[in-house]
Design a protein around this ligand. Structure first.
Ligand code: SF4
Length: 219
C-alpha cells in the first residue's frame, strides 16, 4: 500500500489532535504514566467496554497498587478479583508478567518493544501502548477502532476490500504518529474510533476529516 502524502499526514494529525482537545474522554488511566498502571488498563480494556473497566481498574489498583504487590499475590486471588470482566486468561497473564518483570527487571517494565513482547501475552498493540502511554515513545497502536478509522480515512471501501492482514495498517499507523506527540495522538485515535467514527453511525456530516476522508469521497 502506498503511504499517504506528507501533506495528508499532517492534515490528519492536526485535525485529530484539535478534535481530541475538545472531545477527549476523562479516563482514570489517563491520570498516570506509571507503566504498571498503564499495563493494567490496557490488559483490562482488551475485549471489555470502558464503562465496565473503570470500577474494576480502581478496585484492582487498590488491592495491587504496584507490580510488586501483584507479583506476590496468589494467582487464584487475582483471578477472583478479575472474574466479572470475563476472558479469564488475562489476569493469569498479567500476574505472570508481574512475576517475570520483578524477577528479571527488578519490577520495572522494559521500555523497548522487543523485551516487552517477550513477556507473557504482550503483543504488538500492548507493547505500543506501554511505550507511548508510559514512556512517551513514538510508538504506534492498532486496535479494532484504530484500524477502522485508518481504513475509512486513507483507503475507502474499494481499497479496503483488497487489503489482507494487519501489516499495511501497522505501516500506516507508524507513518502517522507525530514525533513527540504519540501519547495524545494514540489516545485521540482510540477516542475518535470509539466515539466518533463508530462502526454503525459515524458522524460524517460534522467530521473534521470529511474533506479528505476516502470513504466520504467514495459515496
Ligand atoms: S468522515 Fe465519516 S468515515 Fe470519515 S473519518 Fe469522519 S466519521 Fe469516519
Amino acid at each position: 500500500m502506498r503511504p499517504p502524502s506528507r501533506d495528508l499526514v499532517r492534515r490528519f494529525q492536526r485535525r485529530l489532535l484539535a478534535w481530541y482537545a475538545h472531545h477527549r474522554r476523562d479516563l482514570p488511566w489517563r491520570h498516570t504514566r506509571q507503566p504498571y498502571r498503564v499495563l493494567v488498563s490496557e490488559v483490562m480494556l482488551q475485549q471489555t467496554q470502558v464503562d465496565r473497566v473503570i470500577p474494576k481498574y480502581r478496585e484492582f489498583l487498590r488491592r495491587y497498587p504496584t507490580i510488586h504487590h501483584l507479583a506476590r499475590a496468589r494467582v487464584e486471588a487475582v483471578r477472583r478479583l478479575w472474574y466479572p470482566l470475563g476472558y479469564n486468561i488475562r489476569p493469569v497473564r498479567l500476574h505472570a508478567i508481574a512475576r517475570e518483570t520483578v524477577a528479571r527487571y527488578g519490577g520495572r517494565l522494559p521500555d523497548d518493544a522487543a523485551a516487552l513482547r517477550r513477556l507473557p501475552g504482550i503483543g504488538r498493540y500492548t507493547a505500543g501502548a506501554v511505550l507511548s502511554f508510559a514512556y512517551g515513545r513514538d510508538a504506534a497502536v492498532l486496535d479494532t477502532n484504530v484500524r477502522r478509522v485508518l481504513g475509512r480515512v486513507f483507503l475507502g471501501p474499494r481499497r479496503l476490500a483488497r487489503v489482507r492482514g494487519e501489516r499495511a495498517f501497522w505501516d500506516l499507523a507508524e507513518v502517522l504518529v507525530p514525533r513527540g506527540r504519540a501519547y495524545d495522538f494514540n489516545q485521540a485515535l482510540m477516542d475518535f474510533g470509539a466515539t466518533w467514527c463508530t462502526p454503525r453511525k459515524p458522524k460524517c456530516p460534522r467530521c473534521p476529516m470529511r474533506g479528505f476522508c476516502a470513504t466520504v469521497a467514495a459515496f
